[in-house]
Design a binder for this molecule. Sequence first.
Ligand SMILES: [Zn+2]
Length: 93
Amino acid sequence: MATYQYRCTGCGTFDVTRPMGAALAEEPCDTCGDRSRRVYSAPMLARTSAPLARALRAQEASAHEPRIVTEVPSARRRPAPAADPRQALLPKP
Ligand SMILES: [Zn+2]
């Protein structure tokens, strides 16, 4: 089912739900019954928020252009050692 929008000259816009492709050029107004013409509007083109758009661009770029690392990260940025004490018993590389 799809929702189609119609505009009555006296009452304003209203929606009609019909199967896809079954929209008529005119529908009777829900309120007054006058013939109302179909209104073409943009489909649900919600804009992506800026932070999400940046994250998606970075994710896509990293798949094709991975960031080149030229030096070892500083000790401050290295991940913290594992909290599990059993890992301390494992051989070190
Ligand atoms: Zn009307």
